[in-house]
Design a binder for this molecule. Structure first.
Ligand code: AMP
Ligand code: GLY
Length: 420
């Protein structure tokens, strides 16, 4: 079959890498892709937020199946447009994508089914939000309701910080995303990510992972999109995963179906785990980036079979066979990230890296210039390895990092520390 993947980051490189290993894939196009993806698949310049353009592209290229990587096209309704045109898509509808696009919506779904999560208030005016913060005290968490590229959450350690966050949000700092604000109880515990597929009726767990959000070693410095990840996440034991499935994920998915907006695609549940009890921090309606890279490393070619079964409503017949070993990815980012950074620095040493089912350097923000790879974004490379133990996967990933010559970039040196 002919397959189109929408997106151009490390997540999409990992998806493309897994899909290409499956003999069901005759042809793969990735839009827009990047310089690493271009080594294994055709890349196409396409405005992936424009439903009509994507539908036309699919017709012209006889595409049979579309996998949507990032949240923005999902929240804009790309899956609906493609399904209306009779195409098969892996990705939730616009209505179901509210689970990521609106924090208030998610809180309401959780409340309807009593899913464990932080207590909250939902506000559309600053005075009521300020009064709520003063009554609750700190620490407290202030969130812009809408999509804010991971920047719309302020974990405030003092009341003053929380009040300032409310002023910023209602003052327009986060644009339309901050027109409504959710204020949450601060949850303590260890965070981990739980990934499931849902076809509107059945739910199938496909793996666990842990991300490293802060830019610096020892989890210091500002938040980023993620500086590294590993799978599985030891804190998300089988017992905790079972609780998350029965108390949080399945009831929420059933509620979505009951409301006439069945969820179809991958659901990423961010969990806070304390004393063996999971509570929901957030849902994302896509694979995590860089969590997808470690999941694909462990799932390999069957990832395509799972995504197809999900799109066709056949999850009840599926079983997951993931590698019983560990995968770890180190993000290499441009100097300055997550603040200002330069584009265009040359990256050498990539051609000599081992590339097999135990070692892969996935590209995120890269481009090609005069035959050389250059940095073209903040997060640039995802150096990923598998091993019998997490320590082995970590050693393999960092030995690949050593072989990459990129003075314009940096990485954390401690990915995996929590589990090791
Ligand atoms: P979110 O975008 O909702 O995942 O929030 C970003 C990060 O803020 C999470 O990964 C947590 O580290 C933190 N966070 C969000 N909500 C809470 C909460 N209620 N209590 C503690 N930390 C939180
Ligand atoms: N790595 C976090 C995310 O994809 O949201």
């Amino acid at each position: 079959m002919n397959i189109l993947i929408l997106g151009g980051g490390g997540r999409e490189h990992a998806l493309a890498w897994a899909v290409m290993q499956n003999p069901k894939c005759d042809k793969l196009i990735v839009a827009p892709g990047n310089a690493g993806i271009a080594q294994i698949a055709e890349c196409a310049a396409l405005d992936i937020l424009n439903g009509a353009s994507v539908v036309n592209f699919c017709d012209e290229n006889a595409i049979d199946f579309i996998i949507v990587g990032p949240e923005a096209p999902l929240a804009a309704g790309i899956s609906d447009r493609l399904r209306d045109a009779g195409l098969m898509v892996f990705g939730p509808s616009k209505a179901a994508a509210q689970l990521e696009a609106s924090k208030a919506f998610t809180k309401e779904i959780c409340a309807a089914v009593n899913a464990p999560t932080a207590g909250y208030g939902h506000f559309t005016d600053a005075d009521a939000a300020r009064a709520h913060i003063k009554a609750q005290g700190a620490p407290i968490v202030v969130k812009a309701d809408g999509l804010a590229a991971g920047k719309g959450v302020i974990v405030a350690m003092t009341v003053e910080e929380a009040l300032a966050a409310v002023d910023d949000m209602f003052g327009g700092e986060f644009g339309a995303a901050g027109a409504e604000v959710v204020i949450e109880e601060f949850m303590e515990g260890e965070e981990a990510s739980f990934f499931v597929l849902c076809d509107g009726a059945d739910v199938l767990a496909i793996g666990t992972a842990q991300d490293h959000k802060r830019v610096g070693d020892g989890d210091t410095g500002p938040n980023t999109g993620g500086m590294g990840a590993y799978s599985p996440a030891p804190v998300l034991s089988d017992a905790v995963a079972e609780l998350a499935m029965e108390q949080i994920v399945k009831p929420c998915m059933a509620e979505m179906t009951r409301r006439g907006m069945p969820y179809q695609g991958v659901l990423y549940a961010g969990l806070m785990i304390k004393e063996g009890q999971p509570r929901l921090v957030e849902y994302n309606v896509r694979f995590g980036d860089p969590e997808c890279q470690v999941l694909m490393m462990r799932l390999g070619a069957q990832a395509l079979d799972l995504m197809l079964a999900c799109a066709e409503g056949r999850l009840a017949d599926m079983q997951v066979h993931w590698a019983e070993d560990h995968a770890l990815t180190v993000v290499m980012a441009a100097n300055g990230y997550p603040g200002d950074y330069a584009k265009g620095s040359v990256i050498s040493g990539l051609e000599g890296l081992t590339a097999d089912s135990f070692h892969m350097c996935f590209h995120a923000g890269t481009a090609r210039d005069k035959g050389q790879f250059i940095a073209n974004g903040g997060r640039v490379l995802n150096v990923t390895a598998r091993g019998a133990t997490l320590a082995e996967a970590q050693a393999r990933a960092y030995s690949m990092v050593e072989a990459i010559d990129w003075p314009g970039g940096f990485c954390r040196r401690d990915i995996g520390w929590r589990a090791l």
